[in-house]
Design a binder for this molecule. Structure first.
Ligand SMILES: [Zn+2]
Length: 75
């Protein structure tokens, strides 16, 4: 492999709006796969082509809100 290009991409679960990041790696050969949300089991992203995604991580910047709305003035 001459160059391996990794880029971080961000995805949002269509089911529960949880945010995830994954590392995209370019490949010479086609790959396919999918990632399911660890919270609602919805399919966050499916891919096929000359790239692969790995290192899925939940983004914890916006935790679930329990009975309280954001005040609007920041944290
Ligand atoms: Zn979800």
């Amino acid at each position: 492999m001459a160059n391996s290009i990794w880029t971080i991409e961000e995805f949002t679960c269509p089911g529960c709006s949880m945010n995830y990041t994954a590392t995209r790696e370019e490949h010479v050969e086609p790959h396919s796969g999918h990632f399911k949300c660890s919270i609602c089991s919805g399919e966050v992203h499916a891919w096929s082509g000359k790239h692969h995604f790995f290192g899925w991580q939940a983004v914890k910047t916006r935790p679930p809100v329990f009975g309280r709305r954001w005040a609007g003035a920041g944290w």
